[in-house]
Ligand binder design. Structure first.
Ligand code: SF4
Length: 145
């Protein structure tokens, strides 16, 4: 663990997954911009069923927005029981290999983000290229046979 990956404060049971599905109650915190990167909102917005229905028109909402929701730990297939941590952020960092920059992008969920809690600024360095495609993230697609 490098200095930029030092664990950050945040209660385990209140952490948010930053690669969540579009469903009522989720927090909208980023938009996919014209460059295919995430533009973070100033404040997260709790979405409802009406938003979800509208956002799904044409293509999956997760391909146009980023959502956060409660990290369910071992209830998620991305959870590592061995590490007691989210394995997805480790895979993102291993495959994308982007180094942390001195300044962090403004992100409205950082104080409760699971990935930031685990990997600090190094997680944030990968994050603006992460787009969830329905049930998998792009990184799953990259590693698929
Ligand atoms: S990894 Fe960093 S930029 Fe991404 S959602 Fe978490 S705190 Fe925000």
């Amino acid at each position: 663990m490098t200095p930029s990956e030092q664990r950050q404060p945040g209660k385990e049971d209140s952490l948010l997954c930053p690669s969540y599905l579009a469903k009522p109650g989720a927090q909208l915190f980023g938009l996919v911009n014209a460059e295919g990167r995430i533009s973070y909102l100033r404040h997260p917005i709790t979405i409802d069923a009406t938003f979800v229905q509208a956002a799904r028109a044409g293509r999956p909402a997760e391909e146009r927005f980023r959502f956060a929701g409660k990290c369910i730990q071992n209830g998620c297939h991305q959870w590592s029981d061995a590490k007691q941590a989210c394995a997805l952020v480790d895979r993102l960092i291993d495959q994308m290999e982007k180094t942390a920059e001195a300044s962090l992008p403004a992100c409205p969920i950082r104080s409760r983000c699971r990935w930031f809690r685990q990997r600090g600024q190094t997680a944030c360095a990968q994050c603006d290229e992460v787009i969830r495609h329905k049930e998998i993230t792009f990184i799953d697609a990259l590693s698929a046979p």
